[in-house]
Design a protein around this ligand. Structure first.
Ligand code: PAF
Length: 297
């Protein structure tokens, strides 16, 4: 399959390494860099020759785009890429955050947008190099729900490449679930400087994580049917599975970058206001992360 991975961060670099072997792959980014090879170490070990480009003309003839930018860049990425995408190109989001797919459908319509979540932990060490720090699960589906033959085909390609993927007819429920998991783990790690596993090892943090997750779940239930176990339990499972991971939000803070707090806890606060559910714990974590960000941005 002709695949374009958009965004050369930790997740995008991993995806490029995964798909480069059996597919015709291009990794797209905004920054000029000499990148001919990508390397994954840790739970997975892959070294792949790839083509990296800043030329959006590379999207011509691509059957599958995988959007791996930061969630606050989704609209900007869509503005840049949608005009270069053929009418047969489908786009899958594997980003953190609640509203990426909704933005994608504004540009592409419903039929070509797939949503996805992954709870694997990745850490980018330098351009083209990532460590796979925690094993999780990956789910994809037609957005906002239902089935499609393209989703089945894409799942087959993921499985063939060695990353097990489940297909769902309720991807919006999974996206909400992952956002709630992130709302509990990411700000707490970003604010304390601790790895994911500490969030369930230190009782004060575990209490806070569970409380924030329950609050998010109360909001979500007004909008969607949540999937699987209670989100607070899911967050504990993900924190355990990615115990050695430096969360993406802590990586952002350490690198003095903007965080994804707006698209995670910020999105839960917004949804809470929409459906009339108070979100004081999410507001508190949101404000603290915003204050931390403003100390260096
Ligand atoms: O944002 C992250 O870091 C990841 O989504 C997760 C699953 C919390 C692992 O660190």
């Amino acid at each position: 399959m002709r695949i374009a991975v958009i965004g050369p961060g930790a997740l995008g670099t991993f995806m490029a390494a995964l798909f480069a072997g059996e597919n015709e792959l291009v990794l797209l980014g905004r920054r000029e860099m000499e990148l001919e090879q990508v390397e994954v170490r840790g739970r997975t070990n892959i070294v792949s020759k790839i083509r990296y480009s800043t030329d959006l003309g590379e999207l011509e003839g691509v059957e599958l785009g995988i959007l791996c930018t930061k969630s606050y860049d989704t609209r900007c990425a869509m503005e840049m890429i949608h005009g270069h995408m053929g009418s047969d190109t489908s786009l899958l989001s594997l980003q953190n955050g609640l509203n990426n797919e909704a933005v994608m459908t504004e540009y592409l319509g419903d039929d070509r947008v797939m949503g996805g979540v992954t709870t694997h932990g990745f850490m980018r060490t330098e351009d083209g190099k990532v460590v796979h720090t925690g094993t999780g699960y990956t789910v994809i589906g037609r957005y906002p729900g239902g089935v499609s033959s393209m989703v089945d085909r894409v799942a087959g390609i993921f499985n063939l490449a060695g990353l097990p993927v489940e297909v769902t007819d309720n991807i919006y429920g999974h996206i909400w679930n992952k956002v709630i998991v992130n709302s509990g783990i990411n700000p707490l790690t970003a604010l304390t400087g601790l790895k994911n596993g500490e969030v369930i090892r230190i009782p004060h943090l575990q209490w806070l994580m569970e409380t924030v997750c329950r609050e998010g779940a109360n909001v979500a239930r007004h909008e969607v049917e949540l999937t699987g176990e209670e989100p607070a339990h899911c967050a504990a499972v993900v924190a355990r599975a990615t115990a050695e991971n430096v969360s993406s939000m802590l990586q952002d803070v350490r690198n003095r970058r903007r965080t994804e707090i707006d698209c995670i806890n910020g999105a839960i606060i917004e949804a809470g206001a929409r459906v009339g559910v108070e979100t004081p714990f999410n507001r508190c974590l949101y404000s603290l992360v915003k204050a931390l960000e403003s100390s260096y941005l």
